[in-house]
Design a protein around this ligand. Sequence first.
Ligand SMILES: NC(=O)C1=CN([C@@H]2O[C@H](COP(=O)(O)OP(=O)(O)OC[C@H]3O[C@@H](n4cnc5c(N)ncnc54)[C@H](O)[C@@H]3O)[C@@H](O)[C@H]2O)C=CC1
Ligand SMILES: C[N+](C)(C)CC(=O)CC(=O)[O-]
Length: 495
Amino acid sequence: MAKISKAACIGGGVIGGAWAARFVLAGTDTRIFDPHPEAQRLMSEVMANAERAYGMLTSAPLPVKGTLSFSESLEEAVRGADWIQESVPEKLDLKRSVLAQIDAAADPKALIGSSTSGLMPTDLQRDMRHPERMFVAHPYNPVYLLPLAELVGGKNTTRAVLEDAKVKLATIGMTGMIINKEIEAFVGDRLLEAFWREALWLIKDDICDTETLDNVIRYSFGLRWAQMGLFETYRMAGGGAGMRDFLSKYGPSLSRPWTKLTDVVDPDADLVEKIAVQSDAQSGQRGIRELERIRDQNLVGIMQALKAGDEGRGWGAGKLLAEFEAHLWKTAPKHQANPSNEALKLLEVKVPAVWIDYNGHMTEYRYTQCFADASEALLQMIGVDTDYVRSGHSYYTVESHVRLLAEARLGDALYVTAQLLPSDGKKIHTFMSLYRASDDTLLSTYEHLLLHVSSKESRSVPPLPEVMGKLKLLIEAHAVLPAPDAAGRSVGQRS
Ligand SMILES: NC(=O)C1=CN([C@@H]2O[C@H](COP(=O)(O)OP(=O)(O)OC[C@H]3O[C@@H](n4cnc5c(N)ncnc54)[C@H](O)[C@@H]3O)[C@@H](O)[C@H]2O)C=CC1
Ligand SMILES: C[N+](C)(C)CC(=O)CC(=O)[O-]
C-alpha cells in the first residue's frame, strides 16, 4: 500500500495539529507552517494527548514515530511533501490564496487536501495551476482518533486522485469516504448543522438547558450512533417489515411541526451568554485538555469494544481499527525468528493511566494482556499473521499460569522476554517474564501452552511447513537454555 512518506500541515491549530499528530504517529515525517506565536506549545499539548490515546488504543507495533518540525515559511514546509493538508481558518479568500501558494511551491504530483468544513472544492481550487490534485479531506475532531475523512472533489479534481487519497489514508488508519457530488458542508456537517440549529432553538426557547440536551444524546441515540447509523438503526425500529414499515409508520410526522430547522436561530448576545453560562455550569470545572483526555479515553474504549463486535469480526470503526492493526503487523520491521540461544525480547510498553486500579498499581488483567500481546508478537514472528489465520490455521491457548511478583506503577517502562520450552510445534510451550526496564526487576512470569488448530475442521493439526520451520529453529536454539525454576509449578506451591 502506498504510504505517505512526507506530510505538510499548513495551519496547525485544533485540526491541523491533530492531523500532524496522526501523521507522526503513523511514522510520517511532518512539517507544520503556522505563524501563530504559540503554535509549538499548542502542538506539544496536542501531541501529548494523542500519544496518550495511542498508548491505550492498540498493542500492535506502531511504527517509529515520524519527525515533527516547524517551518519558517509555507514554501519550506511543503517542499518534498507528498501529502499537504491545509487547515487554515474557514474563510474562502484566505484558503484560496493559501492553496494557490501551496500549489505553486509543491511538487506537482503532491496530493493537496483541505480540511474545510463546508466550502466547495471547485471554489477553493479556482486559482491553482494544478487543481486536479486538490480535494476536500474533511476530518472530524479529534483527527488522531476519529478515522473518517470525507473526500470531495471539485470540477477539476481527477477521480484517480480521490482513489489515491483513499488508499493513502488507509495507511494512517483512516477511511476516506468519497462523496459523489460536491455540495456545501458535504454529508457529515449537513447532518450536524441540522442538529445544531435544532439544539440552539431548544436552548433559546427554554425547553431545556445544555446539560439536559447533552444527557438526552449520550444516554440514548448517541450510544447507538457510534455503531450503526441512522438508516440501519431505523430499519430495526420498523419491526419485521423493516424500512418500508418504518417509513409508513413515521412518514406522517414529517409534516408535523417537529422541527424549527429551516428557521435560522439568531445567535445574538443574549443567546451566546445564555449558552456560555449553562455550559460553564455544566463543564467549566474541567479544563479543555482534561476534557479532551476524558473524550479520548472514552473513544478508545468504544473503538476497542467495536473491534470485538459482530462475533469478533469487528464492526464499524472497530473493524477499521482491526484492519489498521493488521496493516501495522504486516509493515512492522520483522523480528527475525533467528536461532539465537537467548530469550526473545517481544514487547516494550509504558504503563498508561487506564491500566492502574484502585490500589494504585497496574491491575491484574493488564499483566496477562502484556503476555498475550507478547504471544501475538511471537506468533507474528513465526508467520502466524492475518493471512495465515484467514487461510484457516491458528494457535489457540489451552493453558496458562501467571505469577504476580512485584508491582508495576503508572508510567513504568516494561518489557517481556520469552523462552521456548521443548515441544513438537503442534504445541508451543513458552515461559515468559515481564520486567521493569529501569532496573530489570522481574514483575511477573507466565507459562503458556498453545495448540495449533485447523479452525475450519475444529481440530488440532500440525502447523504448515513454513511456520513449523521457523518454530523448530527457535525451539532448538532455546534447548540449550536452563529450564526456568518456576516452569511447571502448580498454583500455591512454594518455590
Ligand atoms: N475545529 C473543528 O472541529 C473542525 C474544523 N475543521 C476545519 O479545519 C480548518 C481549521 O480549523 P481549526 O483548526 O478549528 O481552526 P484553528 O483556529 O484552531 O486553527 C487555524 C490555524 O491556522 C493558522 N493560520 C492562519 N492563517 C494561516 C496561514 N496563512 N498559513 C498557515 N497557518 C495559518 C492559525 O494561526 C491557526 O493556528 C477550518 O477550515 C475548519 O472549518 C474541520 C473539521 C473539524
Ligand atoms: C464545527 N465544525 C463544523 C467545524 C465541525 C466539523 O467540521 C466536524 C466535526 O468535527 O464535528
